[in-house]
Design a binder for this molecule. Structure first.
Ligand SMILES: C[S@@+](CC[C@H](N)C(=O)[O-])C[C@H]1O[C@@H](n2cnc3c(N)ncnc32)[C@H](O)[C@@H]1O
Length: 382
């Protein structure tokens, strides 16, 4: 059977080609496939554990024009290998990309028409319907821009997040970091806050679940990494892969509203802080929902917390000395160079900042045992 999908992009072919290759390599990496982007390059099944296996070979690689690769025949049937072609053709005002797979399913599915329909419905049509549903598109946009940013635009935004600099400054002013501190950042994005924090001479470790942004953070903080002052780890916020009591300070900014399990993240920050350690958590308030600062479809996928709910997250995790503030960030916004028309967004009603401390001694609740190691499934170190 032959399969073909096609779409139009209002961009020149050279630009479509380079973006397509970059995005494909990233997305394939997420499903444990590794693309070697060149003629003669391979497509490898590359599981996190175990050896990579070559599953296809690139026969043609013509930047701006297309790619052709050949799947190796399946191990269970020695059929003729099948080929996939990605073709770029100039069309008025842009480029049409067509992906075509020829000769698929010989001797396996094609003999059974109904089976072929089943495969097409479950593997192709369902994927297409899901990708184009408005809810799924809203999720994709949210991930892409904020919840798990990726892609060129995301990397550029978080390399220098101008609109986050005012809250970075407000946190750093109060955190009073010194060389003696060991700082944890949860959801470090492109590492801009770390860059400012490390100027204090402190040590730091940070996690994020966006591999793309961790690479930016690595690039932005090369010197501190080379000096062994910074560790960046790919991880989920509710499984922080560091030892109990390691840190003197913990910070999380612009992340809270996206967390699927905020109580677990607070418990993890509590666990990894030393007694007496302080945490700062910054987020925006519901006042910004649907404004250019917190636009849709992202805003409806963000969880906003009332002051009471935010304080309860910290209290339930064991923190004391809890304060929730609404700092006016206007002066920091001006210093950061935020355009004048955006300054009102930095007034007190829009920001929410929690401060809390891990007590120096903690009553042990009946039936609980203090943990002594990070949770299982510790993600790999980068
Ligand atoms: C809006 S960005 C803020 C980035 C950075 N803190 C800043 O202010 O520039 C949210 C960041 O949190 C990360 N993030 C969101 N949910 C996460 C989770 N469950 N575990 C780890 N990282 C997460 C995202 O990948 C992204 O880098």
């Amino acid at each position: 059977m032959d399969l073909s999908v096609s779409t139009f992009f209002p961009l020149p072919a050279s630009q479509v080609f380079s973006s397509l290759v970059e995005e494909l390599a990233l997305a394939l990496g997420g499903v444990e496939l590794k693309l070697e982007p060149k003629k003669g390059g391979r497509l490898l099944e590359a599981p996190k554990k175990g050896r990579p296996t070559e599953v296809a070979r690139i026969l043609a690689w013509d930047p701006g024009e297309g790619i052709r690769f050949r799947w190796h025949p399946p191990t269970w049937a020695k059929n003729a290998p099948t080929e996939v072609e990605v073709r770029l053709a100039p069309e008025q005002g842009g480029t049409r990309v067509t992906i075509e797979h020829r000769g698929f399913g010989h001797g396996l599915l094609s003999e059974e028409g109904e089976e072929l329909v089943g495969w097409f419905a479950s593997e192709v049509a369902t994927t297409l319907f899901r990708a184009t549903s408005p809810a799924r598109l809203g999720d994709w946009v949210t991930d892409r821009h904020a919840r798990r940013p990726s892609g060129r635009a995301g990397r550029e935004t978080y390399r220098d997040p101008l609109y986050h600099r005012p809250n970075f400054a407000a946190i750093l002013e109060r955190l009073s970091l010194t060389k003696q501190d060991d700082l944890l950042e949860v959801g470090c994005g492109g590492g801009a806050f770390l860059q400012d924090a490390l100027k204090s001479g402190c040590r730091a470790a940070a996690i994020d679940h966006s591999l793309d942004l961790l690479r930016v953070a690595e690039e932005m903080n090369q010197e501190a990494i080379a000096q062994d002052r910074l560790e960046l780890v790919h991880s989920e916020a509710d499984r922080i892969p560091f030892a109990d009591g390691r840190f003197t300070r913990a910070v999380m900014t612009g992340v809270l509203g996206f967390l699927p399990d905020a109580p677990a993240t607070f418990r993890e920050m509590f666990r990894t802080l030393a007694p007496g350690g302080r945490v700062a958590v910054y987020t925006t308030t519901e006042a910004l929902r649907g404004t250019p600062a917190d636009p849709e479809p992202i805003a409806s996928r963000v969880r906003y917390y009332s002051d009471r709910e935010l304080a309860a997250l910290a209290k339930d995790a064991g923190f004391t000395g809890i304060k929730v503030e609404h700092p006016d960030l206007t002066k920091f916004a001006k210093v950061a160079g935020v355009p004048l028309e955006a300054i009102p967004v930095f007034k007190g009603h829009a920001s929410q900042l929690l401060w809390a401390t891990k007590p120096t001694s903690r009553p042990v609740r009946p039936g609980t045992r203090p943990s002594s190691s990070p949770p299982k499934n510790t993600p790999r170190r980068r």
